[in-house]
Design a protein around this ligand. Sequence first.
Ligand SMILES: *Cc1c(COP(=O)(O)O)cnc(C)c1O
Length: 376
Amino acid sequence: MSALFGNYGQRRAQIVKGQGTVVEDANGKQYLDFTSGIAVVSLGHAHPAIVKALQAQSEQLWHISNLFDIVGQEKVAQKLVADTHFAHAFFCNSGAEANEAAIKLARKYTGKHHIITFEKSFHGRTFGAMSATGQSKIHNGFGPLVEKFTILPFNDVAALEAAIDDSVAAIMLEMIQGEGGVNSVTPEFATAIATICEEKGILLIVDEVQTGIGRTGTRYAYEQTVLKPTIVTLAKGLGGGFPVGAMLGIAELYDTFNAGTHGTTFGGNPLAMSVAEVVLEHVFEPAFLQQVQELSHYFVEQLTQQLPSSYTIQGKGLLLGIGCGETEVAPYIAQAEEKGLLLVGAGPTVIRLLPPLTVSKSEIDEAVAILKTILL
Ligand SMILES: *Cc1c(COP(=O)(O)O)cnc(C)c1O
């Protein structure tokens, strides 16, 4: 009997090291990692610049707390908001925490309680983030949930319009639902949200925990839409594997998160900041983002050409999905692992493809070849 709780179900291979896109298990077997630790290891495993930054910082100072001016926070915050309409950042340790901060900030700023979210969304496992999440399997057994979240069908303009009234503080959504099936916001839905938020003074919280930091081929996924969020939340790819989360907000929100209102002991600690700074130096380079778009284009082209048309290719950038109709994908994922390709699902019937943003074309070719042997 394990000394661990069983909440993660049966675990997969025990991975002991990695370099770039390739990881190795305890038996010495190698795999192409097309999970990136769930969209986290954005620069690949053991990227030399990240290793160097973390080593250097670990010899200086590990932790001091937010009582003090933490080295690196201002720099990372400036990189995150530069050339955006955002003015300020708050650092925490995870995606759920970033969303908790966003929910609290939206309520306090507006003085209203009601937040609209969407079916199949995923916002995290803490109480606020879980209550915002539109999946009953995430809620089961944990009620009562936090009040005043209304969960609407995704991409349904009429349902959204019907739900809007003066009690609504914010609309909260992902640009691409990562956990929920790699479902993108339609342009029509984005336009409707932009109009409603503008006309009614409703805040827009975009959860970019999975889509942010270059994953979809731009710094943030909202940049490819008409939306101008009031708040964006980040985590996964930001630390390249080191746990860190962030919330970005517009200037008008500054006074609401004033001294003593919100905080965290570990958030934005020196180790996390040293790594995030290097991740952003790489990923926010226009040439790097251009490369992500080109790799995405190539990957989508290969999948479309080589897989039967009964499969749907979904998503953007290097957050892609292979929709398998009504077929459950868990056995495919197990077979791929057997053949040396690590994958993760998105909902029961979609295979999610999340290679490091530094993946090569030949690694994409290898992955497609393995996928073909499984899906044909
Ligand atoms: C992973 C994820 C979260 C939760 O992040 P944690 O770091 O696991 O708390 C929230 N929102 C989205 C969109 C995610 O993909």
